[in-house]
Design a protein. Structure first.
Length: 88
C-alpha cells in the first residue's frame, strides 16, 4: 500500500513538472512566433490609404477607390493604411 502511494505521488510530481516546464517554454518562445506587422507609418501609400479610408468612412462608402499598385509592398501598405483609416 505504501509503495503504491509513493508511486502515485511520484507520477503526479513528474506530470506537474512537465506541465510547468511546458508553460515556461511556451512563454519564452511566444515573442518569436508573433505576427509582426511592418511599420508603414512613414510610407506615402500608407498615408494615402489612411486618408482615403477616413474619407470613405466619413461618407459611408465601402472602399470606393480600388487602388492597385505595381509593387506588392505598396499594395500591402495602402491596404493597411486604409484599414487603419476606416477604424478596423
Amino acid at each position: 500500500m505504501r509503495m503504491k502511494l509513493k508511486y502515485c505521488v511520484s507520477i503526479v510530481a513528474v506530470a506537474v513538472g512537465i506541465g510547468i516546464s511546458g508553460v515556461a517554454v511556451q512563454a519564452v518562445a511566444a515573442p518569436f512566433f508573433q505576427d509582426h506587422e511592418p511599420d508603414y507609418s512613414k510610407n506615402k501609400t500608407y498615408k494615402q490609404g489612411v486618408r482615403e479610408g477616413q474619407d470613405d468612412k466619413a461618407h459611408n462608402r465601402d472602399h470606393s477607390k480600388k487602388r492597385h499598385f505595381t509593387k506588392d509592398e505598396d499594395q500591402k501598405s495602402y491596404e493597411a493604411g486604409y484599414q487603419k483609416g476606416r477604424g478596423n
